[in-house]
Design a protein around this ligand. Structure first.
Ligand SMILES: Nc1nc2c(c(=O)[nH]1)N[C@H]1C(S)=C(S)[C@@H](COP(=O)(O)O)O[C@H]1N2
Ligand SMILES: [Mo]
Length: 526
């Protein structure tokens, strides 16, 4: 009879290795097909159950780094759980003594190992499908996930088989190489185990070190790819944000990768003639182009979740006129390939500037901005501009979308806002004077006036405005400032929108309907 404890330890190590194989396969799969990995599903579920104010705080403070970090932790967690399942395997499928002869015993363990591995992986696959996925809120067999129950259960079966078979194989290998000189099975195991243990530890440590190194390198690359201008001066933003500098906000850990040829846009719901469009059919319709600034509703005053681009696409009103509308339509709901949803009032949907766009500043819409097509709703915060859109449905009730279900306002009108880009907060400014500047933005209301105060808000100076590229963009403002004295100055900025209303000065956090207040910075005149 084989001793138990070494087997359990072997089970853990083999489980870790098999877990690495499965995780690598999942990552490969998600890169190639855009499929959700198990950690992706779990992180989304965790995010879903996190109170919105915590989510908001985490996302706005840690921003882009939060998700990769969390995701990496979950991947490591998955590998450790795979190790624990390896122990379970070793306990469930111990080697059975086949007879008196040692060699036969090894032989049998080796022979049954891959079969046991297969059986074991089917057992944990059932566990994942029937318990794990429903508990994380995506339904039995992952029926609520983008791929649907059939695809999800098949790919997960493949993942689990890769784990179980690797595990069984490794276990079989590990105990089936007796040293001919050593009669005692236990000794043989302990020797194989020791060399295996060293190898396994080295492998795991190697993988961990490589991961860590990659992470450090990517952080380093991020740091050195930041704008290289002097940290005390600041610079006006380019009026049209280059696509690779355009801010990105997504609810996903892994965004959908959509194949343009397979993508369709369905127009259904309360319409007379439901229909579907392929990408080519959409692109063949008459198109319109417009400059539109997008700002995330979680952007703090003076924050950088705001960018400007020129967009080309088809007017949503044209798409809806083609289907016709049944009486009673109140809103138009949008669904995306990542199961994101939102809706806009019918009136806003029929406005000529609301479009389904497929081009961004002359380029095909980049993946992260909603390839192959997204909604664009000028005047409303970014969350209404549904990326990777697949379905448009007029409805006769007050549809609540993904973020609205999590406590955010459904209205989404942008607040009038203004930003100081030059000089920078905590920066310096020459006593001899120089240009100050930044942007003002008020959605589809336009900007009538921007004023700068250099004395903490006691007096205000009207800035010069560059002509807006369209009624839906930010404007660049400049003001030549000649300071009257050395030392610290508090600069504040405020804008007046096209309806004559002054920017709200009362500070308020972003949740639930967007931040208000005035940006204030401190500069040293020298
Ligand atoms: N399908 C989908 N669309 C989405 C989101 C998302 O997570 N999924 N995020 C929204 C939010 S909150 C914002 S601010 C904008 C950001 O668009 P961008 O990443 O192109 O700047 O996309 C919106 N559309
Ligand atoms: Mo957003």
């Amino acid at each position: 009879m084989m001793p138990k404890r070494p087997l359990l330890r072997l089970g853990f190590l083999a489980g870790i290795l098999a877990g690495i194989v499965m995780t690598a396969l999942m990552i490969l799969f998600s890169l190639v097909f855009g499929a959700a990995t198990l950690p992706d599903v779990i992180s989304s579920a965790v995010l879903q159950f996190t109170p919105t104010n915590i989510q908001d705080a985490l996302l706005s403070t840690l921003g882009a780094n939060l998700k990769p970090t969390f995701f990496t932790l979950l991947l490591v967690g998955q590998i450790i759980i795979a190790g624990l399942f390896g122990i379970l395997y070793a306990a469930l499928f111990p080697a059975r003594p086949a007879g008196s002869r040692l060699a036969a015993e090894y032989e049998e363990y080796r022979q049954v190992s891959w079969r046991s591995g297969t059986l074991f992986s089917i057992l944990i696959w059932l566990f994942t499908m029937l318990i794990m996925l429903p508990v994380t809120g995506v339904g039995f067999f992952g029926s609520a996930l983008a791929g649907g129950a059939g695809l999800i259960s098949l790919t997960y079966l493949a993942f689990h088989l890769s784990y179980g078979i690797t595990l069984g194989y490794l276990m079989g290998r590990l105990v089936s190489t007796p040293e001919p000189q050593r009669p005692a099975l236990a000794t043989a195991i302990s020797i194989t185990r020791r060399s295996f243990l060293t190898q396994a530890v080295m492998l795991v440590a190697g993988v961990a070190a490589a991961g860590l190194l990659a992470r450090v390198l990517s952080l380093f690359a991020e740091a050195i790819s930041l704008p290289q201008e002097s940290p005390t001066v600041g610079a006006l933003p380019p009026e049209i944000t280059p696509n690779n500098k355009f801010y990105i906000v997504t609810k996903n850990f892994v965004d959908p990768t959509i194949n343009k040829a397979a993508w369709t846009l369905s127009i259904g719901g309360l319409v007379d003639r439901p229909y579907q469009l392929t990408y080519d059919e959409l692109a063949a319709m008459s198109s319109a182009s417009e400059y539109v600034t997008l700002e995330c509703i979680s952007n703090p005053v003076g924050g950088d979740l705001i960018s400007n681009a020129q967009w080309r696409g088809v007017r949503l009103s044209d798409l809806l006129l083609r289907s016709g509308l049944k009486p009673g339509v109140q809103k138009v709901s949008l669904t995306a390939a990542d199961d994101y949803t939102d809706s806009i009032p019918l009136e806003r949907a029929m406005a000529p500037q609301t479009m389904v766009v497929y081009e961004m500043s002359g380029q095909p819409l980049p993946m992260e901005h909603g390839y192959p097509a997204r909604l664009l709703v000028p005047g409303l915060h970014g969350y209404k501009s549904v990326k990777w859109v697949t379905r448009i449905e007029p409805v006769n009730y007050n549809f609540q979308g993904y973020w609205e279900q999590r406590g955010w306002s459904d209205v989404g009108t942008v607040h009038t806002t203004s930003i100081i880009d030059v000089p920078m907060d905590d920066g310096t400014f020459p006593l001899s004077g120089g240009q100050t500047g930044g942007v003002g933005y008020a959605g589809d209301r336009g900007i009538a006036k921007v004023e700068l105060s250099t004395d903490g808000g006691s007096t205000w100076h009207e800035a010069k405005l560059r002509k807006a590229l369209s009624p839906y963009t930010w404007v660049i403002w400049t003001y030549p400032w000649i300071p009257d004295k050395l030392g610290l100055h508090e600069l504040k900025v405020r804008a007046t929108d096209g309806t004559g209303r002054l920017q709200i000065a009362t500070p308020k956090a972003a949740l639930p309907d967007g931040a208000t207040g005035l940006q204030s910075i401190i500069v040293t005149v020298q």
